[in-house]
Design a protein around this ligand. Structure first.
Ligand code: TRP
Ligand code: ZN
Length: 865
């Protein structure tokens, strides 16, 4: 099933500027599947009508065997292949084209098209998987009504699902049965889905705002049904939320979700039949953490929200991917913010953006949220398209305000319903509904790179005036050496250093030029600047605020997110100084943390976020040359000092959080559990003799995975004698649960110990390790490559390990392998010795015979960029 692409020096590049409308549309398609893992036969009947041009019908295909072609009921043989595409000459403007092909789902290791997972059959078609199922114009602007018939062995595949509504079913010969489904909504082929398997259903109903009853079903292995309650609840909550917040109602009579163990991504929004990575469905307190529960609700909401932002209105071409993904992430973030602490949700999202998107935007793979070209579209399902894309929508919402933003999305949904639209269509709708000129704002769609803003506040003590000087710079990125200034919506407020009172209302300043000056009047005492509150723009802010100012804001800002930001900046400044061998005032950090812990008005969930040190890689991002060892030592030293100096407070916080009784899933209980493990981490960092015993006691007594994993993570990074026992107990207890074993691998890959690399090399040989399952591959290889110190070991052994694994994985699953490559491309950020070692691995990858085009694009761009 694998393609034999030879990665040539001249890879095929698809360009946004080359878009032309499809020559043929396919208003209707009927598909007939004879399903079996070893051999599936697909008969497709396409009603084709000419849309533009005068060329033949060109149908994409990949990795399938063509058995026959008919036009208007007559077998033809004047078709030809162009590469893997099937070209059929047609004389008129409307024809019926039938093809018959054979595919082998059980040989499909790349998990695109029709494949087998855990004995069941399922599909994944986004972005270009449908062409692996049948010949079709595989592009998102060809919209068709689908009618699907499936026949399969009844005992092996008792459940047959597809998009839309079920219309008929029955028994056939030789122990087979069949089912027919019809989807009345025209859709692009990337939203096609079917599932055949031995599945059980957790069923529910939802009554929509116009009073229609929708049958909901979550389909899993029978034994897993008890783990689907949270996902089903989240689905109902999402459906109600989208009605209330965006006026969006569901449109079919059924909505099914199927969970599969082998999946390249998080989940897929196929019309009426979402298919999920089982990690985003299955949860119970014993096996899923609070983080998992939250992620499940967020992904269920995300995929559901795609029914409007993605399915009813889809993308004209894949360059518009952020039209559906950025907007849908923005929508799911709003949903999650409404389910618990909005401040904590914002902190998590910004942390994620800084961990994944900022490095992408400053590295060789940087691209705008609407890229101009790609070699392999799968490589563009990135943090930039998704998360920066969501930040761009958030800025639009901030600038328009809630009413105008809602008017804009209403107009967009109404005007483009049933079509394949562009990012421009979305922006133009918001512009028209609000009357706000977004001409310059559109640069967010075309310019890559994270803008940097310098902010300097000067106070004229006599006149009571403060002047804020702002300037911006957008760094150059591959292919974009020179940038124009962006529109940056910055929420700003001043606080009085003496009284801690607000000296101004919050102001929304739009920085549109290279530089600007903003005046604040009646500033009667020394002002402290609070800027980019709520992270109103996805930028880096550089100020000359002192440690005293930052500590002040961490205690007195009235925006909880800004308190977190001030503390982060204070910690970062301290860590960068000490990692660079300069004097660092750690007392200010310790005092600020003490103040936060003592603030009885703060929610424990927020405290737990605020007192955490920035990650090693985020510290590295602030340095001209990343020194992984120095950063690790500086951070460990600071952790130890915070742990020691505040030990009584950590113990008190721990005891208080631990005294909460039996497990419940609520925002309050989640906050306390978070606080408990954060406190445990600092007690361990202090070097206290009983830390191992305390962690092990938490591990043993835990009635939920959050506490158990928190204790395990602490132990795994320690030298405590309990470490090995905890790992063994954990492994044996969950050896039959793949999702929990992923946590076991991941915890060890992220360990802070000196021997992590050796441990990970050994784990790659473990009998439970396999590259064939993407979750497992990510849990070891993906986790290890973000462990900054271990991955960047001076010997280069970390790089070599990852490259070896990716070369092996590429032969099975190029898409997943290519997704894990970017850490090797960060060589410009390191000293020349490490850079040479990383480049050598990238060169080895590029030179690998039979390399996929996915890997070729990532590796060659990482070398060049
Ligand atoms: N559209 C999916 C989402 O964001 C993404 C997705 C699912 C995907 N499976 C994929 C992208 C496979 C690329 C390849 O919800
Ligand atoms: Zn999505």
């Amino acid at each position: 099933m694998l393609d034999i692409h030879t990665a040539t020096a001249q890879p095929h590049v698809t360009r946004r500027a080359d878009y032309t409308p499809p020559e043929w549309q396919v208003p209707d398609i009927a598909l007939d599947f004879d399903l079996a893992p070893e051999r599936t036969v697909v008969r497709a009947t396409l009603d084709v009508v000419r849309n533009a041009g005068d060329g033949p019908l060109r149908l994409d295909g990949a990795g399938q065997t063509l058995l026959s072609v008919k036009v208007d009921g007559v077998a033809i043989n004047d078709w030809r292949f162009e590469g893997e595409a099937l070209v059929v000459p047609l004389s008129g403007d409307a024809h019926v084209v039938e093809t018959e092909v054979e595919i082998q789902p059980d040989r499909n290791t790349q998990l695109m098209g029709l494949y087998a997972s855990g004995g069941n059959l399922c599909t994944q078609c986004e972005a270009e998987g449908f062409r692996r199922i049948t010949y079709f114009p595989d592009r998102p602007d060809v919209l068709s009504r689908y009618r699907v018939r499936m026949t399969a062995d009844k005992a092996r595949f008792p459940v047959l699902l597809a998009n839309g509504d079920p219309i008929a079913q029955g028994d056939g010969d030789g122990g087979t049965h069949w089912a027919e489904w019809n989807d009345p909504f025209p859709k692009p082929c990337y939203l096609f889905a079917l599932v055949a398997g031995d599945l059980a259903c957790n069923a529910g109903t939802f009554v929509t705002m116009s009073g229609r009853t929708v049958q909901l079903g979550i389909w899993v292995r029978a034994a897993d049904v008890p783990k689907t309650a949270h996902a089903l609840e989240a689905l109902k909550t999402s459906m109600a939320w989208d009605e209330r917040v965006y006026g969006r109602e569901y449109d079919l009579d059924v909505f099914n979700i199927v969970a599969v163990d082998d999946f390249n991504f998080g989940a897929m929004e196929n019309k009426g039949l979402n298919i999920f990575n089982s990690r985003y469905i299955l949860a119970d307190p014993d096996t899923a953490t609070d983080y998992d529960f939250d992620a499940i609700a967020a992904v269920v909401a995300h995929e559901y929200f795609h029914n409007w932002s993605g399915n009813r209105i889809t993308c004209r071409d894949w360059f518009q991917l952020s039209l559906k993904e950025g907007f849908t992430v923005y929508r799911d973030q709003g949903f999650s913010a409404d389910q618990g602490s909005a401040a904590v949700k914002r902190i998590e999202d910004v942390r994620g953006l800084r961990a994944a998107q900022f490095p992408e935007d400053s590295g060789p793979l940087a691209h705008p949220i609407r890229p101009d070209e790609y070699q392999e579209i799968s490589n563009f399902y990135t943090a930039t398209i998704y998360n920066k894309g969501a930040e761009v929508i958030r800025m639009l919402a901030t600038m328009l305000g809630p009413q105008a933003f809602r008017a804009g999305t209403d107009l967009y949904f109404q005007r483009f319903d049933g079509t394949a639209a562009t990012c421009e269509d979305f922006v133009a709708s918001l512009e028209e509904a609000s009357g706000i000129d977004l001409a310059q704002f559109r640069r967010w769609y075309s310019q890559a790179g994270t803008p940097r803003v310098k902010a300097q506040l000067r106070h004229d003590t006599g006149g009571g005036r403060a002047i804020l000087t702002l300037s911006q710079r957008v760094p150059s990125t591959p292919g974009q050496p020179v940038k124009a200034p962006m529109v940056l919506p910055l929420k700003i407020k001043l606080f009085g250093a003496d009284t801690a009172r607000a000296l101004s209302e919050e102001r929304l300043v739009l920085l549109e030029d290279d530089a600007a000056e903003i005046a604040f009047e009646t500033v009667t005492e020394r002002p402290v600047l609070s800027i980019n509150r709520g992270f109103s723009a996805p930028v880096v802010i550089e100020t000359d605020r002192t440690a005293t100012d930052l500590a002040f804001l961490s205690a007195h800002d009235d925006d909880p997110f800004a308190r977190y930001e001030a503390m982060q900046q204070l910690m970062l400044d301290t860590l960068v100084a000490s990692a660079s061998g300069m004097h660092a005032d750690t007392d200010a950090v310790v005092a600020a943390i003490a103040g936060t812990l003592d603030d009885a008005a703060l929610d424990p969930a927020l405290i737990a976020e605020v007192v955490l040190l920035p990650s090693e890689s985020f510290v590295g991002d602030q340095m001209a040359v990343v020194d992984p060892e120095a950063i690790f030592r500086a951070r460990e030293a600071l952790r130890r000092e915070i742990g020691r100096t505040l030990e009584p407070r950590w113990r008190a916080a721990y005891a208080q959080a631990a005294a909460t009784g039996a497990y419940v899933y609520s925002p309050e209980a989640k906050g306390l559990r978070r606080m408990k493990t954060v406190a445990l981490g600092y007690i361990a960092a202090s070097g206290a003799a009983d830390a191992g015993a305390l962690a092990f006691a938490q591990f043993e007594a835990a009635d939920n995975m959050t506490d158990r994993q928190g204790a395990l993570t602490t132990l795994v990074s320690s030298d405590a004698p309990e470490r090995v026992a905890a790992l063994d107990i954990f492994y044996n207890r969950y050896s039959d649960n793949a999702l929990v074993l992923d946590k076991w691998f991941q915890a060890q890959a992220l360990s802070q110990r000196d021997d992590t690399l050796a441990g990970v090399q050994e784990l790659a040989q473990h009998r439970a390790f396999t590259l064939a399952n993407p979750n497992r591959a990510r849990s070891l290889v993906g986790a290890f490559s973000v462990n900054q110190r271990a991955f960047n070991a001076a010997s280069g052994a970390g790089y070599r390990f990852v490259a070896d694994q990716l070369i092996a994985l590429d032969k099975l699953n190029p898409q997943t392998a290519a997704k894990l490559l970017p850490p090797l491309g960060r060589w410009r950020r390191f000293d020349s010795a490490r850079a040479a070692l990383m480049k050598a691995e990238l060169e080895r990858i590029v030179a690998t015979p039979g390399l996929s085009k996915d890997m070729f694009e990532q590796a060659s761009k990482s070398l060049a960029g």
